[in-house]
Design a protein around this ligand. Structure first.
Ligand code: CA
Length: 441
């Protein structure tokens, strides 16, 4: 059997709408990795780069079973995120997608979590070899949405699984058998959202992988460039094939790009290959009201802690009895939360505590959002009340919820009773993930 190795390239671009790059990409002759961070400006960078730093330690001497080595590294990366969140609660909610291909000389071990994608181009035909851990993919698996509808669905970026520093988000681990001539592409949703699969298929077949990488990024920018876009490409060649000096990997050095490289690519209007990616970070423009990346992974930190409310109620009561009632009452009236008012989502001023004879809360704004049009887990969150740190935060929570409203009732999607065991298994897995999330909220 022919001994194989591969050529590689990693390339990223901040895109046309973002001011920072939260993607990280890595490629070497052993390891291919992509991580797309989420959770707000600084935290997304942190999640993706820290994960990358842990995973790329695999790019040393590989000992033992590659699947175990990779699974272990993913666990360590997840633990690392957990530590960071414990150290600084401000980054709670940050997370990252991850796709990693680890080469053992014969085959790849693959880890996948989130909605970044792994594709294989073999004999001119493109196949996605990762399953999107997304809300829309779960609908596709259940036969309630066509892949094309999923592509244009308003909630297509909602992820059901990502590395979040907790212990309930396992990656898919598998083995990928490679053949001579195969090309592998790992990409963030900044590519797959902007460029359709048939275009990716044609482009990935370019004369060289470096040309393919440059062209894919160009197409993503041309398609709108709404998001950071990162591609990591490998091409399987014979182990004794001569080095192609025209390629960026000809020097044999690993390539690290994006957030993990600490040099987010400035928006220059042109793309180049990694390695020549020096340059300063572009000036940040004032933050937009709601960064869609912040809501990619939906569950917010748990907010309906009943004991907290009771403690609060007791404190308020004690303060009133203790004669500092006015100050305390005024404080409660500077607090906000989102809950329901006659079936509509509403912003309340005050605290969610009950003291007989004293009104500690009143409706500030009633929105037009009908609670029943929200996703189930959100309905539960809203009914329990979501605490907000300010009026602005409460408005952001509402704007966030508004993005997930489903027009009701949804009469059309006739659930085609797909009988294949695979489909059933996938949906069940996703449902159980969903259920866990509801429990946590
Ligand atoms: Ca992204």
């Amino acid at each position: 059997m022919t001994e194989l190795t591969f050529r590689y390239v990693a390339l990223t671009d901040t895109g046309l709408r973002r001011t920072a790059n939260q993607d990280s990409g890595f490629a070497s002759n052993r390891l291919l990795v992509i991580a797309d961070g989420m959770g707000g400006a600084a935290a997304g960078d942190l999640a993706s780069s820290e994960t990358m730093h842990v995973i790329r330690k695999l790019d040393g001497n590989l000992e033992g079973d590659p699947l175990e080595a990779l699974a272990g590294a993913v666990l360590r990366a997840n633990d690392r995120l957990g530590e960071l969140i414990a150290e600084d609660p401000a980054v709670e909610g940050m997370g990252t997608t991850l796709d990693a291909l680890l080469w053992d000389g014969k085959k790849f071990a693959m880890a996948h979590i989130g909605d970044s994608r792994a594709y294989r181009l073999r004999g001119g035909k493109l196949t996605q070899i990762s399953d999107d851990h997304t809300f829309v993919q779960s609908l596709v698996d259940e036969g309630r949405l066509s892949p094309d509808e999923a592509r244009h669905h308003p909630h297509r970026s909602l992820i059901l699984r990502a590395l979040l520093g907790r212990d309930d988000n396992d990656p898919d681990i598998s083995t990928v058998e490679a053949k001579l001539g195969d090309r592998y592409l790992l990409c963030s949703d900044g590519l797959s959202d902007m460029v359709e699969d048939h275009v990716i298929e044609a482009t990935l077949a370019a004369e060289t992988i470096d040309l393919a990488a440059t062209e894919l990024i160009r197409l993503a920018l041309e398609g709108g460039g709404y998001d950071n876009v990162t591609v990591v490409i490998a091409e399987m060649v014979e182990a004794d094939a001569p080095v192609d000096e025209s390629l960026s990997s000809a020097n044999g050095q690993p390539q690290l790009v994006g957030a993990a490289a600490g040099q987010p690519r400035p928006r220059t209007g042109q793309t180049g290959l990694s390695g020549s990616d020096a340059g300063s970070r572009s000036e940040d423009v004032p933050a937009k009201p709601l960064d869609p990346e912040e809501v990619r992974y939906m569950p917010r930190p748990p907010s309906s802690r009943r004991w907290l409310r009771w403690t609060l109620a007791l404190l308020v009561l004690a303060a009133i009895l203790g004669g500092i009632g006015k100050v305390t009452y005024d404080w409660t009236q500077k607090q906000y939360f989102v809950a329901t008012d006659n079936g509509k989502v509403a912003i309340f001023r005050g605290v969610q505590a009950e003291i007989p004879g004293l009104k500690l809360q009143h409706v500030d704004t009633v929105t037009t959002i009908d609670v029943t049009t929200l996703q189930k887990f959100q309905q539960k969150q809203v009914r329990a009340g979501i605490e907000a740190s300010s009026h602005k935060d409460a408005q952001d929570i509402v704007a966030n919820l508004d993005q997930f409203v489903t027009p009701k009732p949804a009469p059309t999607p006739t659930p085609t009773p797909t009988k294949t065991p695979t489909t059933k298994k996938t949906s069940a897995a996703i449902r159980s993930t969903d259920a866990q999330r509801v429990e946590r909220s």
